[in-house]
Design a protein around this ligand. Structure first.
Ligand code: NAD
Length: 497
C-alpha cells in the first residue's frame, strides 16, 4: 500500500495530527493508498512557502529558456515513467489502461507545448502621439492556488502546472482527495528535476479545509479551479476576499447534434465515444444527443446495439472498453439520476443497472445507459449526471436543434454532425459553448483553448490563452523626450488622457 505525503517547501511531510484519507481502487474496492490529510495550518505553511519563493524571484527571474528546460525535463521524466503512471491512474480512477496511457501521453505533450511556447516572443509595442515608446510585457500573476477534480488527475495537473510554471508563477496544488496518487508522483518528478524549494507545493486533503483556505487566502494571487459548478460558485465567493484572479473550469451538459445528412457510422461512433469514454465522467461529455426526426429510430437502434457490445470491466483487463465509476458515492448518484429519469417518464432503452457479475461484485460498475422520449424539463436532461448515461432529444429542423442545444445553464462543449459544411459551421457558431467540433466529439489538444461559456466557467486554459491565464499584463511607457512637462506653467510636452 502506498503512503502519500504532502510536499511543502521542498520537504515531504505527514500531517502533524496524522489524519489520512483512504484511497481505493473503485474496480474492486481494495485500499491502495493512505494520503496524509493537511490541516488549514499546513495549507497556510504551503502558501507561505510559495509566497516567499515567488517574492524572492528564484523562479520568475529565470530566463524563459531556463524555465522551458525544466518543463522539457518534466516531460521526459513523465515519459520514462509512463508505464507506472498509467497503471496507477488506471487503478485509482477505475479507467481502462488504454485511456490512462492516453492521459499520460497528453500530459507529456502539455509540458512540451508550454516549454516551447514560453520562449517565443510575446511582448508587444505601441506607438502614440507623444514622444513615448510603449511596451506591453507579460509577467507572472504570483502565487497560484490550484484545485483539481478526480476524473483526469495527472492530466488536470499538467494542464495547470505547465502553463503556470512556464509563466513564472509559484504553486500550491490540491488534488482531489479521491484520486491523489499520480499527482504525488508528478510532484516527485518536479522535485527530481530540481525545481527550487517552495516553487511547487502539494497539499493533499479536503475541499472545505485545504481548498477553501487556498481560495480565501490573501497571500494567494490566483485560484485555478476545475470541478463542479456548485463548488466553483463557493470558490468565487471565497476568492472575492482579496479580489484574486479566478479561473474556473466547471461542469457541462453538452449537446451533440446529428443531422440526417451526417455520415451515419461516424456519427454513431462519436456519439458513443462522446458519452462512454471514462465512463461518462468527462466534463465535456456529449451527454445530450440531439437527433433529427428522420434518422431518430434507425440511429437509436444502432446506438443500442453498439452500446450493448461495450465491454465493462476492470481497467487491467485488455478486453475492457469502459471501466468503473470512481466511488460508491458517485455510483449511487448516477443510479439515482437513472431512477429519476424513469420516474419522470423518460424511456430507458439500454442499460440502467449496476453490474455485479463476473468478478465485478466489489466494484462500482454501471451499464452504458440510454434514455429516449425525454422532454427538456426533465432532471436527466438539465443536470450533469457525470456517468455513462446518454439522454436523447429529437428535433425537426436547424432552428429547433439550436434552441434545444442552448437550452441549458451550461456552455462547455458541443458537436455538430452533417456533411453540409455550411450548415454545420452555421449551427456550431450559434451554440453558446467553448469547446466545439464538427463531425467529431471529445477532442482535446494542448494547442487549443479550453473552457466554457455561461455556468461552465470563467477564462480559458491551454493554448496561448493558457499562458495568458497565468499572466498579468503590464504597460510600460518610455518617455523619449526627457524634460519637464511644464503642466503647471500652462503648457506641456507630454500628453495624457
Ligand atoms: P468537486 O467540485 O466536488 O471537487 C473538485 C475539487 O474541489 C476537489 O479537489 C474538492 O476537494 C474541492 N472542493 C470541494 N469543496 C470545496 C470548497 N468549498 N472550497 C474549495 N475546494 C473545494 O468536483 P469533482 O466531483 O471532483 O469533479 C467533477 C466535476 O468537475 C464535474 O462537475 C465536472 O464537469 C467538473 N470538471 C470540469 C472540467 C473542465 O475542464 N471544465 C474538467 C474536469 C471536471
Amino acid at each position: 500500500m502506498l503512503e502519500l505525503k504532502m510536499f511543502i517547501n521542498g520537504e515531504w511531510l505527514n500531517a502533524t495530527d496524522q489524519e489520512t484519507c483512504t484511497i481505493i481502487n473503485p474496480a474492486n474496492n481494495e485500499v491502495i493508498a493512505e494520503a496524509t490529510r493537511a490541516s488549514v495550518e499546513e495549507t497556510r505553511d504551503a502558501i507561505d512557502a510559495a509566497r516567499s519563493a515567488f517574492d524572492s524571484g528564484i523562479w520568475s527571474d529565470l530566463p524563459t529558456s531556463e524555465r522551458a528546460s525544466y518543463l522539457f525535463k518534466i516531460a521526459d521524466k513523465l515519459e520514462e515513467n509512463a508505464a507506472e503512471l498509467s497503471a496507477l491512474e488506471m487503478m485509482n480512477v477505475g479507467k481502462p489502461l488504454r485511456e490512462a496511457e492516453f492521459d499520460v501521453a497528453d500530459a507529456v505533450a502539455c509540458f512540451r507545448y508550454y516549454g516551447d511556447l514560453v520562449t517565443k516572443p510575446s511582448d508587444q509595442t505601441y506607438t502614440v502621439a507623444d514622444p513615448v515608446q510603449g511596451l506591453i510585457v507579460r509577467e507572472p500573476v504570483g502565487v497560484c492556488g490550484m484545485i483539481a477534480p478526480w476524473n483526469f488527475p495527472l492530466l488536470t495537473g499538467a494542464w495547470k502546472i505547465a502553463p503556470a510554471l512556464a509563466a513564472g508563477n509559484t504553486i500550491v496544488f490540491k488534488p482531489s482527495e479521491i484520486t491523489p496518487i499520480t499527482t504525488v508522483k508528478l510532484f516527485e518528478i518536479l522535485e527530481e528535476v530540481g525545481i527550487p524549494a517552495g516553487v511547487v507545493n502539494l497539499v493533499t486533503g479536503g475541499g472545505s479545509t485545504v481548498g477553501n483556505k487556498l481560495a480565501e487566502s490573501n497571500k494567494v494571487d490566483m485560484i485555478s479551479f476545475t470541478g463542479s459548478t456548485a463548488t466553483g460558485r463557493s470558490i468565487m465567493k471565497a476568492a472575492s476576499e482579496n479580489i484574486k484572479k479566478t479561473a474556473l473550469e466547471l461542469g457541462g451538459k453538452s449537446p451533440n447534434i446529428i443531422f440526417a445528412d451526417a455520415d451515419f457510422e461516424t456519427a454513431v461512433d462519436y456519439a458513443l465515444y462522446g458519452i462512454f469514454v471514462n465512463a461518462g465522467q468527462v466534463c465535456n461529455a456529449g451527454s445530450r444527443l440531439l437527433l433529427e426526426d428522420s434518422i431518430h429510430d434507425k440511429f437509436v437502434e444502432s446506438l443500442i446495439r453498439k452500446a450493448k457490445e461495450i465491454q465493462v470491466g476492470r481497467g487491467d483487463d485488455p478486453a475492457t472498453d469502459m471501466g468503473a465509476l470512481v466511488s460508491e458515492g458517485h455510483m449511487n448518484t448516477v443510479l439515482n439520476y437513472i431512477q429519476a429519469g424513469i420516474d419522470e417518464g423518460a424511456e430507458l432503452v439500454c442499460g440502467g443497472k449496476r453490474i455485479t457479475s463476473d468478478g465485478l461484485e466489489q466494484g462500482y460498475f454501471v451499464e452504458p445507459t440510454i434514455f429516449i422520449n425525454t422532454t427538456p424539463n426533465m432532471q436527466i436532461v438539465r443536470e450533469e449526471i457525470f456517468g455513462p448515461v446518454l439522454v436523447i432529444q429529437r428535433f425537426k429542423d436547424e432552428a429547433e436543434a439550436i434552441e434545444l442545444a442552448n437550452d441549458t445553464p451550461y456552455g462547455l462543449a458541443a458537436g455538430v454532425f452533417s456533411q453540409d459544411d455550411a450548415k454545420a459551421l452555421r449551427v456550431i457558431k450559434k451554440i453558446r459553448a467553448g469547446i466545439t467540433s464538427i463531425n467529431a466529439f471529445n477532442l482535446a489538444y494542448a494547442e487549443a483553448p479550453w473552457g466554457g461559456y455561461k455556468q461552465s466557467g470563467l477564462g480559458r486554459g491551454l493554448g496561448t490563452f493558457g499562458l495568458d491565464e497565468f499572466s498579468e499584463v503590464k504597460q510600460i511607457n518610455i518617455n523619449l523626450d526627457v524634460c519637464p512637462t511644464n503642466w503647471f506653467e500652462g503648457s506641456r510636452t507630454v500628453q495624457s488622457n
